[in-house]
Design a binder for this molecule. Structure first.
Ligand code: GAL
Length: 336
């Protein structure tokens, strides 16, 4: 390649970078998150702050600590700060509809992030993972481990639309075996605010009520799995009762290596966070988002959606999926 061509190329690249940061040029984007209690939400926030900094976006972040009313007032505050786009992960799917209505009335574009806001007729986008697939991967793995026996089937927070999608996916595998009488569901409960302590309490109740005769546990995420494993451990059952998870938390990866948790679901939040900032920047610059025909229904209308792929992680592929990808560090997972 001639020197002249090289210098022209470099000039173009330089121009492109300038262009995209000029395009960003401190554009104000609001980010409203439900919590920082689960590891994955911390990673979402860190990724989006880094991507915003890289692209010259002025990202205004609010965290609502699982408080729906607080989320509404925090978003009203972001709207009054003049953000051009709002990235919103709702604590409560239906009560967050008022946020979308207020934002879109103010001419602000909205991306429902990871969790879908339900019940709004306004125009907005949904960016997440294929959450029914998450449940399918959990249900398929658990029914393969325990095709017959007594099941505890927990679901996530009833205010979180994802919990319904995860459960629907898992039940595609569990329900037919229950209808056949091969599986007996001895407890089926939603876990308030995804609280690990709540999941532990429910598992303790089910173990007591069934004299520890439990063969499998559907835990919707790693936090609730951790709570259940505490209850199982207290009865000497940890590692003997297959249990699911989700979110590829460090503590879950350690449990999988130790054998007390069988699997988790890897959803690369680095990809999701980057995609959110890119989409927000495009929307701020008046671009239309390409979603193909992908939609998710919010109970009132089909919302154009971008859904990323979730992956199952077990002892067999943990290194490849979580360590080689840089999501977790080897020395943290394989502690001495
Ligand atoms: C869900 C999310 C999961 C899990 C859970 C608890 O909406 O998709 O990854 O972390 O919330 O915060």
């Amino acid at each position: 390649m001639t020197r002249q061509l090289m210098s022209r190329l470099l000039a173009c690249v330089g121009l492109l970078c300038v262009a995209s940061s000029a395009l960003a040029d401190g554009v104000k984007i609001g980010l409203s998150l439900p919590t920082q209690r689960e590891e994955r939400w911390v990673k979402d926030r860190v990724t989006m702050l880094a991507e915003a900094k890289k692209l010259g976006v002025d990202l205004r972040v609010q965290v609502t600590d699982n408080d729906a009313a607080k989320q509404v007032s925090q978003c009203e505050n972001l709207i009054s700060q003049g953000v051009k786009v709002l990235i919103l992960a709702p604590h409560d799917a239906s009560s967050a509809a008022v946020i979308i209505d207020k934002a879109t009335k103010a001419g602000i574009k909205v991306i429902s992030y990871d969790r879908l806001v339900t019940g709004s007729m306004a125009d907005y986008y949904y960016l997440s993972f294929d959450n029914v697939k998450v449940g399918e991967l959990q249900g398929e793995w658990l029914t393969k481990q325990v095709p017959k026996g007594s099941y505890i089937a927990l679901a996530g927070s009833p205010t979180d639309n994802n919990a319904k999608l995860f459960r629907a996916g898992a039940m595609k595998y569990i329900q037919p075996l229950a209808d056949k009488g091969d599986i007996k569901i001895v407890m089926e409960q939603w876990v308030k605010d995804w609280q690990p302590s709540e999941a532990q309490k429910l598992c303790e109740q089910a173990l007591t009520a069934n004299k520890n005769k439990v063969d499998a546990v559907l835990a919707p995420n790693d936090g609730t799995a951790g709570g259940c494993i505490q209850a199982l451990a207290a009865q000497g059952l940890a590692g003997k009762v297959p249990i699911t998870g989700q979110d590829a938390e460090l503590s879950a990866a350690i449990r999988i290596v130790q054998g007390t948790q069988g699997m988790t679901i890897f959803k690369d939040t680095r990809e999701l966070g980057k995609k959110a900032i890119e989409m927000a920047l495009d929307l701020a610059n008046g671009k239309k988002i390409e979603t193909g025909s992908q939609v998710v229904n919010n109970g009132k209308k089909d919302v154009p959606s971008v859904l990323l792929t979730p992956f199952i992680v077990t002892k067999d592929n943990l290194d490849k999926m979580l360590i080689d990808s840089g999501y977790l560090k080897k020395e943290q997972v394989y502690r001495k």
